[in-house]
Design a binder for this molecule. Structure first.
Ligand code: DC
Length: 233
């Protein structure tokens, strides 16, 4: 059993890290649903922070101002028929924070250590019984270093761009595949090369390459590992 948790409570944690478009979000949600565990979509916190900063005309590079926004976010995750809705200061921003533009802005504020520090406790508070599936870039390396199971989920850039393209097209958005590929490479570079909490697989992470797997194949592998590491889950 894992010992990671706030307030010293032993709470099993499954950390799922990896680059954008590798399927982390879908896999983490499905696994959390199957286990009946809580789900932390940490990327949404960076997206919400960037969105809130832009709403208030704050420069995304202005470290202390953006960190203050991150610390004071009035955000709620509300379960609804259409999934989890993100409510920021009373407004539903679920769709607004999912655009490519919001993702780009998130990756800019995510480079800043003051912003990252401001979001740490908020993320750790998600570790509540019976368990947590935490999805992000630094779940296993920084936020939950004692997580009992760490998975680094990856896939080729071409495949990740193709998946993101399909996802956005299905939502009726007008997108171009070459532009998405370029964006994805640029964001990978920014996430991997930043000085604080760069995207990387920790030595104790299990790497899962999903380039040639569908979501079900990935979920099946993750559930096998979960059964091995958390036999009581
Ligand atoms: O997973 P996502 O696309 O929603 O993440 C948006 C951005 O937030 C991504 O470019 C990197 C950043 N991020 C991060 O730095 N650390 C996390 N734990 C999650 C996301």
């Amino acid at each position: 059993m894992t010992d990671t948790g706030n307030r010293g409570t032993p709470v099993p944690v499954l950390a799922v890290d990896g680059p954008g478009g590798a399927g982390k979000g879908t896999v983490a949600k499905e696994v959390a649903d199957r286990l009946g565990w809580h789900l932390l979509d940490s990327g949404s916190l960076y997206r919400i922070t960037a969105y809130a900063a832009l709403q208030q005309d704050i420069n995304l590079e202005s470290s202390q101002d953006v960190a203050a926004i991150a610390r004071e976010l009035d955000v709620q995750f509300v379960q609804s028929d259409s999934g989890v809705r993100v409510i920021l200061s009373g407004s539903d921003v679920s769709d607004a924070i999912r655009t490519e533009e919001a993702g780009r802005s998130a990756s800019i504020v995510a480079r800043d250590s003051a912003v990252r520090d401001a979001l740490i406790d908020r993320q750790r508070a998600f570790a509540e019984p019976p368990g947590l599936v935490a999805d992000g870039r630094d779940m296993g390396s920084v936020v939950f270093p004692d997580a009992g199971l760490k998975i680094f989920l990856t896939a080729s850039v071409a495949e990740r761009a193709r998946r993101r393209y399909k996802q956005l097209k299905d939502k009726g958005m007008d997108v171009s595949l070459p532009a998405l590929s370029r964006d994805m490479e640029e964001r990978d570079r920014r996430d991997s090369e930043r000085a604080v909490a760069p995207l990387r697989a920790t030595d104790d992470a299990r790497v899962l390459d999903s380039t040639n797997l569908d979501i079900q194949g990935v979920v099946d592998q993750v559930m096998l590992w979960v059964a091995e590491v958390f036999p009581n889950a």
